[in-house]
Design a protein around this ligand. Structure first.
Ligand code: HEC
Length: 103
């Protein structure tokens, strides 16, 4: 493979990943604050400690960034937490940065 082809292939990989990934643009610090204040009580009661065991358990439900974003939206509306769209992004970014670590 020539160098040019190699570079081209590299770029295609970057571009195709970019097209699939949901850009996680939230403010993780704000997301942590929102999450810890509004979301962790049940998770703590179920898993002990800071409750984060629910995000790191081997059979966790969330399998992708998209799924994480959907789950945060679902909890928010089911529980009537009242997060705005931006706050949902912040919480999603925090949970991904701290626990899920999807690309
Ligand atoms: C009323 C209790 C309760 C509150 C409050 C709560 N959750 Fe949950 N959460 C649960 C339960 C129960 C599950 C596990 C569901 C399951 O295992 O099927 C869960 C699961 C989750 C998961 C998926 C974990 C996995 O398996 O990958 C995420 C993400 C999550 N919650 C986020 C939130 C967010 C964000 C909030 C705040 C808006 C919140 N939760 C508030 C009870 C709660």
């Amino acid at each position: 493979m020539t160098l040019n082809r190699l570079l081209l292939t590299g770029w295609l990989v970057v571009l195709s990943q970019g097209a699939h990934a949901v850009p996680l643009l939230g403010d993780a610090e704000n997301g942590k604050r929102l999450h810890d204040a509004n979301c962790s009580s049940c998770h703590k009661a179920m898993f002990g400690g800071d409750g984060s065991g629910i995000f790191t358990r081997p059979d966790r439900r969330v399998k992708s960034v998209e799924g994480l974003s959907r789950q945060v939206e679902m909890c928010n509306s089911n529980l009537k937490t009242g997060f705005s769209a931006d706050e949902i992004k912040d919480v999603t970014k925090h949970l991904n940065d701290a626990f899920y670590k999807f690309d």
